[in-house]
Design a protein around this ligand. Sequence first.
Ligand code: HEC
Length: 145
Amino acid sequence: MKCSLSILVTTTVLAVVGCSQSNTETDSIAPVDFAMEVRPLLETNCLACHHGEVSMGGLNLQYRDGAFAASDRGTSIVPGDPDSSLIYTMTAIRHGKQDEVMPADGVMLTEAQRKLLHRWIKEGAHWPTGEDGVLKPLTIQPGKA
Ligand code: HEC
């Protein structure tokens, strides 16, 4: 039996790809975009219970007027003051009252989503008038986070 030994020299080329896509600079400077960021957040997480026919707690987030309305509990959006805005404060558990946390179906917003709402309200809670400011409840289940 003949055994042959072959030495295979493998040359590995390491391609170092610079993938530093740190957008921290733009993140902290660019104002929150209602159409791209806030609107989808509300449509995905809140509209099911807070639109036209189903305005739970009297809150209709489908229209600008409804979203900024006040109730016995307080005001849902106070531009510039997230901590007085129910739309923000009610997304956190306060005083251990889990049953008051929005969304009311058990899936809490992520920290990133809460921060986005906070920033948006702080920046003046820009909500366009007209068609651009009319939100639509989702008719399909969101397939992605
Ligand atoms: C599964 C249904 C459901 C979802 C989803 C939901 N809510 Fe609610 N929401 C309710 C109900 C029910 C009430 C009334 C609670 C009460 O009055 O005790 C309410 C009340 C509120 C109120 C208080 C209204 C007032 O002035 O008294 C706010 C603000 C609110 N929701 C914000 C949100 C936000 C923001 C989201 C999304 C992040 C959300 N909700 C998602 C069911 C829901």
